[in-house]
Ligand binder design. Sequence first.
Ligand SMILES: NC(=O)c1ccc[n+]([C@@H]2O[C@H](COP(=O)([O-])OP(=O)(O)OC[C@H]3O[C@@H](n4cnc5c(N)ncnc54)[C@H](O)[C@@H]3O)[C@@H](O)[C@H]2O)c1
Ligand SMILES: N[C@H](C(=O)O)[C@H](O)COP(=O)(O)O
Length: 333
Amino acid sequence: MSKPLAISMGEPAGIGPDLILSLYARRAELDLPPFCVFGHVEFLKARAQRLGLSLDIAAATPAEAAIVFPSALPVVPVEGLVADHPGKASPLAAHAVIQSIAGAVEAVLSGGCRGLVTAPISKASLYHAGFKHPGHTEFLAELCARGGVAKLPVMMLAHGKLRAVPVTIHVPIKDVPGLLTKELIVDTGRIVAHDFKQRFGIANPRIAIAGLNPHAGEGGAIGREDLEIVAPAVAELQFEGIEAIGPLPADTLFYPAHWAQYDAVLAMYHDQALIPIKTVAFEDAVNLTLGLPIVRTSPDHGTAFDLAGTGRGSDKSMLAAIRMADAMTAQAS
Ligand SMILES: NC(=O)c1ccc[n+]([C@@H]2O[C@H](COP(=O)([O-])OP(=O)(O)OC[C@H]3O[C@@H](n4cnc5c(N)ncnc54)[C@H](O)[C@@H]3O)[C@@H](O)[C@H]2O)c1
Ligand SMILES: N[C@H](C(=O)O)[C@H](O)COP(=O)(O)O
């Protein structure tokens, strides 16, 4: 019997539980691999009823999940309070949201599950409850840390061959130039090269590296970071044998004939990477974390509070996240 994927339930007031339930309802038609949700049985039953989905939902351990999956949605119970109030996020749910992620990660690290798919969290609600991490990406690095030392987590959004990696992630835009260092770009490029080889079978990925400033600084006339930080990082990666190209002007990097020459684009900040891919592939792109000892995928969208509990949200990106995690961990099933 194959090992299940672990799915964290995400923000209970958001769209994540809806997508998990609607995909589970179509498991046979979609030929889905077995998965278990780290969450609350009663909450998921209430949401399924609200959505008009007639499903069996049962508490299970990861070891039982693959057997239970054909007849009932397996739920690994987590601690904490969760109520079915779509669109109305409460910091009271934060403990359960965090326990869901932590439990799912532990199940993958211990070998009970083969990969992690996370449903969207409400970052503002978690911050309000004292959560210290900017998002999943950074929290996962801490959960996977060995010997107290967390590795650099790398965010990548992917749709087909279009893959974009922000070097700085969840930070204020005013802080980006100060946080951008040659070492950070080189470390990110190394992790991308390593994980492409290990997880995607691409031995020598071509990595385009965007400039920070308009026109990649125009020879230093429009900001010096491209000359003094990005270009030396590209040179260092090339010296190490990694096919890095740049700094390239970011505004023209994402027209199809351009990015299609590369396996990944390293962008200097969050929106430089995410706007192009969410613009062309919002319903289909997947968010992955590289640099971890586990496979983690997620849909590319957030909690969509305006759609939670309505059944009108698209489950395509969540489906793509499950399929990608399944494909990346097939050998472990
Ligand atoms: N992986 C994650 O955990 C993750 C990812 C992105 C955003 N977020 C969080 O989600 C919250 C809301 O963020 P936001 O409003 O910027 O982005 P959002 O993606 O939740 O919503 C943006 C717009 O896209 C629509 N949308 C989102 N998902 C959809 C779907 N599946 N089908 C149809 N339409 C959909 C929404 O209705 C809304 O109009 C924030 O707290 C943010 O931090 C979490
Ligand atoms: N930056 C991501 C996005 O907009 O899609 C999102 O915030 C998710 O980040 P985490 O996976 O770190 O929660």
